[in-house]
Every structure is written in structure tokens, then in C-alpha cells.
Design a protein. Structure first.
Length: 103
């Protein structure tokens, strides 16, 4: 299916880096793009640059996810959200810290 057949996308972790680049790439192709991240100010800046639809949300908040995304239907999901910790090499990290990074 060509990319032009897709109409709506959701990008998590959209405020910086790869997520931000994906939002720009999708909106450049006239795909309605929901940009989801925790930092409202960065999302507002991205909205002014791309005409995306910002959703300020922390994906660790399950109730907020249900309330804000329950009725959202998309053709593309780019699940880019996450964070890292500077605790040294991954194989030396605390199991709970690793779980928190990928949760």
C-alpha cells in the first residue's frame, strides 16, 4: 500500500529527535498527524512548524491515555516515545530502571 493511501498518523515521542522528524515527514506528505509528547511548549512549536495536531500526554498515565486516545483512529502508528538513563552500561543497570525505560 503506498504511503499516499494513508490519511492519519500518530507519532509518540514527537517533540524532539526522530519523532519530530517523523512528524515533519508525514505532514509534508499531507498526512493528518497527531504529535504526542509530554512537553506542551515543544509540541506547540512543532504545531506552528508543521500544522500537526498536538496531544500533550505522558504515556505512563494509563487513565489519560484512555481518556485522550480512546476514539482516535489512525492508519499509521510511530511508537517512538521513551527515555534513557545515564546509569552506565545497560547490562549493569537495575532491572526496575530498565523496565521504566521501556514501559
Amino acid at each position: 500500500m503506498p504511503l499516499s493511501d494513508y490519511k492519519k498518523a500518530l507519532v509518540t515521542g514527537a517533540s524532539t529527535g526522530i519523532g519530530k522528524a517523523m512528524v515533519k515527514a508525514l505532514t509534508d506528505r499531507n498526512i493528518t498527524t497527531y504529535a504526542l509528547a509530554r512537553r506542551k511548549e515543544l509540541l506547540e512549536n512543532l504545531q506552528s512548524e508543521t500544522d500537526c495536531i498536538p496531544i500533550t500526554l505522558d504515556l505512563r498515565d494509563k487513565e489519560a491515555i484512555d481518556l485522550q486516545l480512546r476514539d482516535l483512529e489512525v492508519d499509521i502508528l510511530i511508537n517512538n516515545a521513551g527515555h534513557g538513563r545515564s546509569e552506565g552500561p545497560l547490562h549493569e543497570a537495575n532491572v526496575d530502571s530498565v523496565y521504566d525505560m521501556v514501559q
